[in-house]
Design a protein around this ligand. Structure first.
Ligand code: PLP
Length: 393
C-alpha cells in the first residue's frame, strides 16, 4: 500500500537516537533544550516548548490562555478532533466555525459574521479561536489578526500540518499574528519525533506558563517559590505552583527531531515538487472539470504540502477503488461536530462549507518516498474509475 504520508528515517536519524540511548539522559535532557532552540531558530520565534504530542501542546495553550468552563472557544470545523478537544479539557464550550469549501481552512468572513452577530446580540464572544492550517496551507492570518484585535480573543494556530509553510514570507511558527502556534511531529507529518509536538510563541508570559504546566506545574526556581528563604533551601526542594501535567518530550524524541529538522528543507522541496507534478499529471482530468486540485503556492505563501487533497464527485467510490488497488487514500476530516461526542454538545449544527469539503475531498499520496510513477498510477486509477462511474450515470 502506498500510504498517503509516512516518515522518512535515514542513518543519521538512527545514529542520533542511538547516541541518546547510550547517554545519561533518556528523558528530559540536553537534546530537548537543543531541539527547542533549533525550532526557535528555524521559525524565528522567541520561545518553544516541546511536548509529548500536539494534543498536549493544544491543551497547554488553552490552559496558559486561562480558558475555563465559562468560556467559548471557536474552532475550525474541519480538523482532527484534538483541535476542539483541547478546549473541552478545560471545560469550555466549543463552537464551530465554517470553512472555505475548497481549502478547508477557516472561513474568515463567516467568522467575522459570527463575531458581529455575537456582539450585536450580546451573546458570548470567544475567549480563543483555534485556526487550523489544513494540509499545511496557511489560513488568512492577517484577517484573523484584525478580528482578534477588534473582538479581543486569543488566537491559536493549530499548525500541526504546517511546519515549513510560509505566510507573507514568514515561517509559520513565528507568532506575528497569533498568541501560540502548535506543531505536531507525528510520523505522517513533515518531520517526526515519533510522538511529539511543540508550542511556539513570542509572548514570554505565555511561554513561561506553558513550560510550567508541561512539567506538573512544578518550579525549581527559588525566585518563584513561596517558601521563605527559598534561596537557601537545599537543592532537592521544589514547589508545585499549578496543577500541571507530564507533557514533556524525551531526549530520544528530541534527538530524532533535531536530526529531522536538519533535513526539513529537503523534505519540503520534495513535497513541493510532487505537488507541482500532480498539476501536470492531472491536467486532462482538471481540464474536463472532473478533478479540482488544491491552489498552488504563490510567492511568500507556501504550503508545507503535508496533505495533497483533491476534490471530486463520487469521493467514496474513488476512495474504495484506490484502497483496493493498493493506494492509501484517506479522508481528512469528518467535520468535528458530526462526531457523536460533539452531537451531545450545545453547538453541533451542520455547516455548509464543512459539509461540502467533507463530501468531496480525498487525500492522495504525497511524501518523501513517492515518485512520479506512483503519482501517475494514482491518477490513472482515478481516471479509469471516473470513466466507469460517469458512463453508468
Ligand atoms: C490538525 C491536527 N491537530 C492536532 C493533531 C494532534 O496531533 P498529535 O497526534 O501530535 O497529538 C493532529 C494530528 O493528526 C492534527 O492533524
Amino acid at each position: 500500500m502506498i500510504p498517503y504520508s509516512t516518515q522518512f528515517i535515514d542513518d543519521d536519524d538512527v545514529r542520533a537516537v542511538e547516541r541518546v540511548l547510550r547517554s545519561d539522559f533518556l528523558t528530559c535532557g540536553p537534546r530537548v533544550d537543543e531541539f527547542e532552540e533549533c525550532l526557535c531558530n528555524y521559525c524565528d520565534s522567541k520561545y518553544a516548548v516541546s511536548t509529548s504530542n500536539a494534543t498536549a501542546a493544544l491543551h497547554l495553550s488553552m490552559m496558559a490562555l486561562d480558558v475555563g468552563p465559562e468560556d467559548e472557544v471557536w474552532v475550525s470545523a474541519i480538523s482532527f478532533v484534538a483541535s476542539a478537544n483541547c478546549a473541552r479539557y478545560c471545560g469550555a464550550t466549543v463552537r464551530f466555525v465554517d470553512v472555505d469549501p475548497h481549502s478547508g481552512n477557516i472561513d474568515v468572513y463567516k467568522l467575522h459574521e459570527m463575531l458581529r452577530d455575537a456582539e450585536q446580540n450580546h451573546k458570548k464572544l470567544p475567549k480563543a479561536v483555534v485556526a487550523v492550517h489544513l494540509s499545511g496551507k496557511p489560513c488568512e492570518l492577517r484577517y484573523l489578526q484584525n478580528l482578534k484585535q477588534r473582538y479581543n480573543f486569543a488566537l491559536v494556530e493549530d499548525a500541526s500540518h504546517a511546519i515549513g509553510a510560509t505566510y507573507e514570507s514568514n515561517k509559520i511558527g513565528k507568532t506575528i499574528f497569533s498568541d501560540v502556534v502548535v506543531f505536531s511531529f507525528h510520523p505522517v507529518k513533515i518531520i517526526t519525533t515519533a510522538e511529539g509536538g511543540a508550542c511556539l510563541t513570542d509572548n514570554e508570559e505565555l511561554a513561561h506558563k506553558i513550560r510550567l504546566l508541561h512539567a506538573h506545574g512544578i518550579t525549581h526556581d527559588p525566585l518563584e517559590m513561596q517558601a521563605e528563604n527559598a534561596a537557601q533551601i537545599p537543592g532537592y526542594y521544589y514547589e508545585q505552583l499549578e496543577l500541571g501535567y507530564n507533557y514533556r518530550m524525551s531526549d530520544i524524541q528530541a534527538a530524532l527531531g533535531i536530526s529531522q529538522l536538519n533535513k526539513i528543507d529537503d523534505f519540503l522541496k520534495k513535497r513541493r515538487a510532487l505537488a507541482h507534478d500532480y498539476i501536470d499529471i492531472f491536467k486532462d482530468l482538471t481540464d474536463q472539470g472532473l478533478v479540482k486540485l488544491p491552489q498552488p503556492d504563490t510567492e511568500g505563501f507556501e504550503s508545507s504540502w503535508h496533505l495533497y487533497q483533491i476534490q471530486v464527485e463520487h469521493r467514496d467510490e474513488l476512495y474504495r477503488t484506490l484502497r483496493n488497488k493498493g493506494v492509501g487514500a484517506q479522508i481528512h476530516y469528518i467535520p468535528i461536530y458530526q462526531h457523536p461526542y460533539y452531537q451531545k454538545q450545545p453547538y453541533h449544527e451542520k455547516l455548509e462549507g464543512a459539509e461540502y469539503f467533507y463530501e468531496h475531498t480525498l487525500t492522495i499520496p504525497l511524501h518523501y518516498k513517492v515518485n512520479r510513477v506512483d503519482q501517475s498510477m494514482v491518477a490513472s486509477i482515478i481516471a479509469a474509475e471516473l470513466d466507469k462511474l460517469n458512463a453508468k450515470n
